[in-house]
Structure formats: structure tokens, C-alpha cells
Design a protein around this ligand. Structure first.
Ligand SMILES: [Zn+2]
Length: 327
């Protein structure tokens, strides 16, 4: 493995949960992506929250997200096999999004036509699912995918960060953050903004990696969810509950259950080279089709549901969803 020296400035900040600046080092980990810079993961001695320290400041973090990190415009494909692969990936993605959305609706039971804001909505696929389920979706997204969602899909998406999006106080019935909260440089002020935007009785839904999971226990620093330096904080259920309560929310439930056919963390932990984002990046730069990687990824995904089922059953899943309410 080759690694590189820091290419950007770094900053150290106190814990967003308990304000302690005291930490103990746990391990260093290299970025998955070139130039594979090293980052230290530390544990707060005040509360136990894990974080990257020091970290790239907010103004520098954009350089660590590739163009294909979460989305890329789909170029037309020809031929039976490429079109079949495209259709299968599309169906799989929407299957997972519908599963998450239905599970969310069972927990918070929004009224028909409820206004729902998805923070970090990417190209808007989740918003399309919300719309199909009878909700009125809105999105905010910092990346170029926001323009695609607005201009090509006609969705109500604002490009930028939540605090600059200028929504009205009490506008939303429901606000969701899927795989976003752990990326935020200032999670406390973001929770305060979400509190302002929700109407009384409105719901907050956050999905994050769970560092109290079996995979972290077994694999330690090799756990794929340690996506340095993009994931800045690593929560467990008690710490996340304490965080959202500190910002005025009432915790309703914590869900460790993931779809059986959604075991990407265990696949990536065991075989980091199969990361679909690496395949997309290769395709985007004119490389191969990644067919072998896709076949191996699919085979691993089909082989790992027993483990995914077990970790969910034990409440030790690699991701967790908290459902909370503004009183
Ligand atoms: Zn702390």
C-alpha cells in the first residue's frame, strides 16, 4: 500500500457532543482513493465518540470527493449486456430506496401529502420514491447532482448546504438524512437548523454507520464504513441519541435492521477492491466496463445476507437509523 503526505491544511476541533478536546488515538487509516492520504481516528475521552483528528477543514473537503463519489450522469449504453446491467443496477437501487422509505413511513406515519426534505439528496432518486409514496418531496444537495435533479427530473432541489437554503421555519413535516450526518463538519448547528425547519410534531430521520456493530468489532480499522476523511464522525446508538436530545428532539426509536440484500459494508470490508465507485471512476475515465468486478460484487452480495441478517437480529448492524420528533 502506498500512502501520501497531507495535501491540504488540517484542523483540530473539540467534540461536538461533549465539547472535550481530549482524545486517545485508535489507529490511522488511508483514504480508499488516490493519493491515499493517512488520517488518524481518535476516541473522545469525554464521551467516547470517534472522529478524525486532525481533519481537512470544510473549505478543503470538496477535493476528497471525486466526481463519481455518489453519482454521475449516465451516458447512453448500447448492446444487450450493458443495457441489462444498467437495468439491473437501476432496479436494485430503487428496491433498496423503497425498502428504506417504507420502513421510515412505518415508524413515523406521515400524513398523505406531507412535506418532506431530504438533506444530501444527490440526484433525487430518493425524492422520486417519496413522491411515489404520496409525499411532497424537497431536496438540498451540495454537489452537481442537484442541478440534474432540478433540471432533468423537475424536482424541488436547492443546491448548497442546508443552512444557506433559506427554507421557512416550520415548513416541513419530515426531514431525512441518509448517510449524510457523519459527513457534517458542524453536526450541532445543522441539528439546530433542522429543528427550526420542522413544524412542532415533525419528524427527523438520520441514518449513519454504527461503530458498535459486529463488523467493527471483528475487523477494526478495516471496517469499510471508516471512509476517511469524508466521514468525520463515527456514532453509536447511545451517543447519537444523546446528541439529538441535546438539540431538543425526542427519540422515538433506533433501527439496526438493513435490507438482507444490502450488505455493501461487509462486501467492501472483505473486498475493498470491489467498490462500485472505483468501477464508476474507471468507466468515467474511459476505462473498462468493470464486468468482472460487477459479477464478483453481485456474487458477494448474494453470499452475505446470513451475516447481515444475524447482525441486524442482534442489534449490531453496521448502520442504524434513528427516528426522532420535534416536541
Ligand atoms: Zn465527546
Amino acid at each position: 500500500m502506498t500512502t501520501a503526505a497531507p495535501s491540504s491544511p488540517r484542523e483540530s476541533v473539540p467534540c461536538p457532543l461533549c465539547a472535550s478536546a481530549s482524545t486517545v488515538p485508535l489507529f490511522t487509516r488511508a483514504d480508499h482513493y488516490p493519493p491515499r492520504e493517512l488520517f488518524a481516528v481518535v476516541r473522545c475521552t469525554g464521551c467516547g465518540l470517534l472522529r478524525i483528528d486532525p481533519r481537512p477543514p470544510a473549505a478543503a473537503i470538496g477535493s476528497y470527493y471525486s466526481d463519481t463519489y455518489s453519482w454521475k450522469p449516465e451516458e447512453p449504453v448500447t448492446g444487450l449486456l450493458p443495457r441489462t446491467i444498467r437495468a439491473a443496477e437501476h432496479a436494485y437501487r430503487f428496491h433498496l430506496l423503497r425498502y428504506e422509505a417504507r420502513r421510515m413511513i412505518r415508524h413515523v406515519r406521515p400524513r398523505p401529502g406531507a412535506e418532506i426534505l431530504d438533506v444530501g439528496c444527490g440526484s433525487g432518486d430518493r425524492l422520486l420514491v417519496y413522491r411515489d409514496l404520496g409525499l411532497q418531496p424537497y431536496g438540498v444537495e451540495i454537489g452537481v447532482a442537484a442541478d440534474y435533479a432540478r433540471d432533468h427530473l423537475g424536482l424541488r432541489v436547492r443546491r448548497g448546504i442546508l443552512n444557506d437554503a433559506s427554507y421557512e421555519s416550520g415548513q416541513f413535516d419530515l426531514i431525512t438524512l441518509y448517510n449524510v450526518f457523519e459527513h457534517l463538519h458542524a453536526p450541532g448547528p445543522q441539528l439546530d437548523e433542522i429543528f427550526r425547519l420542522l413544524r412542532p410534531g415533525g419528524h427527523l430521520v438520520i441514518e449513519v454507520p454504527n461503530h458498535a456493530c459486529l463488523q467493527f468489532k471483528f475487523f477494526g480499522s478495516r471496517w469499510a464504513a471508516l471512509d476517511v476523511p469524508r466521514d468525520l464522525y463515527y456514532w453509536n446508538a447511545p451517543l447519537l441519541a444523546r446528541m439529538i436530545r441535546q438539540h431538543g428532539f425526542e427519540l422515538l426509536a433506533t433501527d439496526f435492521w438493513t435490507n438482507w440484500w444490502h450488505p455493501p459494508m461487509i462486501v467492501l470490508t472483505l473486498c475493498p477492491g470491489l467498490d462500485p465507485r472505483l468501477v464508476w471512476a474507471e468507466e468515467h475515465s474511459g476505462g473498462g466496463s468493470g464486468l468482472l468486478n460487477r459479477v464478483l460484487w453481485a456474487a458477494m452480495t448474494l453470499a452475505t445476507p446470513p451475516f447481515t441478517f444475524l447482525e441486524s437480529l442482534l442489534g449490531r448492524g453496521s448502520s442504524m437509523v434513528v427516528y426522532a420528533r420535534k416536541p
